[in-house]
Design a protein around this ligand. Structure first.
Ligand SMILES: [Fe+2]
Length: 276
């Protein structure tokens, strides 16, 4: 399952401390990562354009959601490409030993000018939340049934983002609420304290999830991420995050604002609350 060891790259010893503190990390330009992006981009384009994937286009045609569609292997390789590389890989291997760098197929998230537009598949209140609160969410807490109650269905270990295109700062950038993972971890630890992990996915956590988001909006600074090709960023699995609306003056190329996200899952559910 794990590939050959990668060349060891020094990780800034402050990185883990910063990640624990603010719930996200930015990794600077790496020419080898840009090489991976250049190789992966035509595959991502082909995937986005494929008629069988048209159902992933949401928000009135302004957001291609593209979950788990990039045809990569567990090291991020596509056909004969190199593995994903760089300081972020070393960081993940060192700090997430139970998952390490065993990747899922990446989400290809593409926003286009006008994001977000209303659509029949989204309620008025959900649309307003998307416009006014960046559709802020924690990954993996999926809404089910007609009453949209939330359950922990996908215990992601982390969210690794890799910008695939260049886009201006107002072109629907990712948004995070700094240090929100600490509030979320505290609240979920309290909530799950008397419930065995094998039952966690069956417990309705809608109310506590809504309450902790309000707490985050009141206490945590909202930060819009500025990103360039060849860079990467890591978001803590419990960090509240979303997508800022596309500003009227914002521009991007014909591929839109494209970011690939890797979100491998923990095998041991307890890691969702206990791992770094
Ligand atoms: Fe997300």
């Amino acid at each position: 399952m794990y590939g050959p060891p990668l060349q060891s790259i020094a990780v800034n010893t402050d990185s883990l401390g910063q990640f624990r503190d603010v719930g996200w990390l930015h990794f600077g330009f790496d020419p080898n990562l840009l090489k991976w992006v250049d190789h992966a981009l035509p595959h991502a384009r082909e995937t986005v354009a494929a008629p069988e994937n048209a159902e992933w286009l949401r928000c009135g045609g302004t957001w291609f959601v593209g979950v788990n569609l990039l045809p990569n292997d567990s090291r991020g390789r596509i056909e004969n490409s190199d593995s994903i590389c760089g300081e972020v890989v070393s960081f993940l291997e060192q700090n997430y030993s139970s998952v390490g760098f065993d990747l899922d197929q990446a989400q290809i998230s593409v926003c286009y000018p006008g994001y977000p537009k209303p659509s029949a598949s989204e309620s008025d209140s959900a649309y307003r939340y998307r416009q006014n609160r960046d559709a802020a969410h924690i990954d993996g807490l999926l809404a089910t049934g007609t009453n949209r109650r939330r359950y922990l269905k996908e215990p992601h270990a982390y969210v690794l983002g890799i910008p695939m295109t260049d886009f201006c700062a107002d072109a629907a950038p990712p948004v995070i609420w700094e240090s929100s993972h600490r509030i979320a971890r505290t609240r979920f630890r309290e909530f799950f304290s008397d419930i065995p992990p094998e039952k966690w996915s069956e417990v309705d956590l809608t109310d506590i999830y809504q309450a902790l988001r309000i707490e985050v909006f009141e206490q945590c600074p909202r930060k819009r991420l500025q990103l360039k090709r060849g860079e990467s960023f890591l978001v803590h699995r419990l960090t509240l995050h979303g997508i800022s609306p596309w500003a009227e003056t914002a521009t991007a190329g014909p591929d839109g604002r494209m970011i690939c996200y890797f979100r491998p899952k923990f095998r041991n559910l307890q890691d969702w609350l206990c791992a770094p």
